[in-house]
Design a protein around this ligand. Structure first.
Ligand SMILES: Nc1ncnc2c1ncn2[C@@H]1O[C@H](COP(=O)(O)OP(=O)(O)OP(=O)(O)O)[C@@H](O)[C@H]1O
Length: 321
């Protein structure tokens, strides 16, 4: 049995290749990762980066081609069945418990994790109350909206305390109230029980506010791993200027025409990443005369994780803002 002194989860040289219809996809291409106990650790990256493939191997559901996975001192490649006792997993795919009610799905999960009927019932009631799911408790998962079902599955994941929670895009489709309930529940478990959380996300705003550290995954590799602040330091000294035009950009204005090739365009929005000094000049140029008349809105902002991610060479468009 290998040891991970302060570690919760240590991954070394993980490789996974899918073979389908004569083509090969190297979804994980030598991943190294060390998640500390009690950390909220994020995996950030565009669609197809290999994040779900990685977490499915951690959960023992998928066998790596090469590499090692240590979960709290257990070798999960050799003993994949042990993962279920160490972690609670919320995957992307819909659950086998879909036909059950919210309460029964949570209770059944607790029973499968070794709780007595009474313990499972008590924990179910607690978690349903904690997440504000009482009005839905007796409705089948299959008959809920996408966001409601996701919250109910999250509730089930929490029943039967586990030292590690692996959450694959847990808040997808949820409204702001439900999202807040999820992050409060995660925070509470970390604070009260020292629970470690491994979180897969596309959402840069969530990533910035809840994560202790982030690994940026792209093309099956970890291309950076740091605190959100550390990653943002990569783009220190830069600012982002967003210009939103009322209609088409007034390219007859020379100052605007000069920006045309540099701006990243999303509909009527032009985004420019530049130094604070140049940003001041650009703001002065577009807030006078005909350019200003054509301008609907502008914002000047310090770098986000998305900017850091782009600087790292990640593909644009895969991350939500
Ligand atoms: N069962 C499979 N068979 C073949 N290829 C697969 C399979 N599952 C995933 N892939 C491929 O492996 C790569 C990594 O997929 P994965 O689902 O791990 O990415 P992801 O980062 O989780 O993406 P998303 O953010 O869209 O969930 C992709 O190119 C995907 O098409």
């Amino acid at each position: 049995m290998s040891k991970a002194p302060q570690g919760c989860c240590t991954v070394s040289g993980l490789v996974k290749t899918y073979r389908a219809g004569g083509t090969e996809v190297r979804a994980n291409d030598g991943i190294d990762l060390a998640v500390r106990r009690g950390e909220i650790f994020g995996l950030l990256g565009p669609n197809g980066a290999g994040k779900s493939t990685l977490v499915r191997q951690l959960t023992g559901l998928l066998r790596p081609d090469a590499g090692s996975i240590d979960l709290l001192g257990h070798d999960i490649v050799r003993h994949p069945e042990r993962a279920a006792r160490l972690l609670g997993y919320l995957g992307q795919e819909s659950t086998a418990l879909d036909e059950l009610t919210v309460a029964l799905a949570a209770e059944t999960t607790g029973r499968l994790r070794g709780l007595t009927r009474r313990q499972a019932r008590t924990e179910t009631v607690d978690v349903i109350t904690e997440l504000g799911l009482e009005p839905l408790a007796h409705r089948p998962l299959a008959k809920l909206s996408g966001g409601q079902r996701r919250l109910a599955c999250f509730a089930a994941t929490l029943v039967g305390d586990r030292p590690l929670l692996v959450l694959d895009e847990p808040t997808t489709g949820m409204d702001p109230v439900a999202r807040r309930a999820v992050w409060s529940a995660v925070d509470r478990r970390r604070a009260e029980r020292g629970t470690t959380v491994l979180l897969v996300t596309h959402n840069v705003i969530e990533a910035e506010t809840v994560l202790d550290r982030v690994a940026v995954v792209d093309g099956g590799k970890v291309i950076a791993c740091d605190t959100p602040g550390g990653l943002k330091a990569l783009v220190d000294g830069h600012v982002r200027l967003d210009l939103v035009w009322r209609h088409d950009a007034p390219t007859e204005v020379p100052a605007v025409a000069a920006l045309a090739d540099r701006a990243e365009r999303t509909g009527r929005r032009w985004t420019l990443r530049t130094t604070p000094d140049e940003a001041r000049e650009l703001v002065a140029a577009v807030t006078t005369g005909p350019a200003f008349a054509a301008l609907d809105d502008f914002t000047l902002a310090t770098p986000t994780l998305e900017d850091a991610y782009l600087r790292l060479g990640g593909r644009h468009g895969g991350l939500a803002r």
